[in-house]
Design a protein around this ligand. Sequence first.
Ligand code: UDP
Length: 259
Amino acid sequence: MNGKRTRIYEGKAKILYEGPEPGTVIVHFKDDATAFDGTKKDVIDGKGVLNQRISDYMFQRLNEMGMPTHYIRSLNMREQLVRSVEIIPLEIVVRNVAAGSLAKRLGLEEGSALPRSIIECYYKNDKLHDPMVNEEHITAFGWATPMEMDDIMHMSIRINDFLSGLFLGIGIRLVDFKLEFGRFVENDMMRVVLADEISPDNCRLWDMRNNNAKLDKDVFRRDLGSLVDAYHEVARRLGIIQEGETPVRSRPKLVKSDT
Ligand code: UDP
């Protein structure tokens, strides 16, 4: 089936195919994991399926609360149908607790509370290693208009409130996360919607029931154990994987027989 579809784009963790109707795209979640600008790479069996299920759940909840998103519906374990949008070339990082690059840059102790939630913008450009930019750069270079930035900021704050509460309810601290937005024309109006994915690949999730153990991509970045087990725990607590269900594997394993 994959062979017959038109591939639009392949990124580090996802492939985009042309959708069945005009204005739609199929997002395929891969098992590939990358970190540190793609210098650390691995294929982690089952990661794509877990990310698809978690992201699918998040986008459904966000759609229900009236948040404009690109999400239409899930197609299968690894794929979603989404609205085709022009991606705004920004990574919007929302932070509640000091960690990662912020802790490093400002000499903060990882885990220290921030005086309030902080939103940062990075210019999406692999060659330049996604430099941090401010609204002056963004509007001067035309990456987004001032009105689009207003929408992006308001939506990011609402999403943070919603996600922080959701994770708190299942004993997980939402430390920080990255969002991406897209634009499309509807009734002659340009609209901004949440795009990309929301999964442990782009959130920092700390287990409040287990000494702040990492349940996110830092498990891979810092070699802290099984990434699939961590993502599986997030899915289990969200109630989207049944108790006792084993972590999903994408391919049957080759079993060698001695006989
Ligand atoms: N993040 C992401 N993609 C990126 C950079 C960051 O999803 O290209 C997420 C990351 O998983 C974390 C948050 O954004 O949840 C903040 O990341 P940070 O700036 O601390 O950078 P990192 O430590 O990941 O290099």
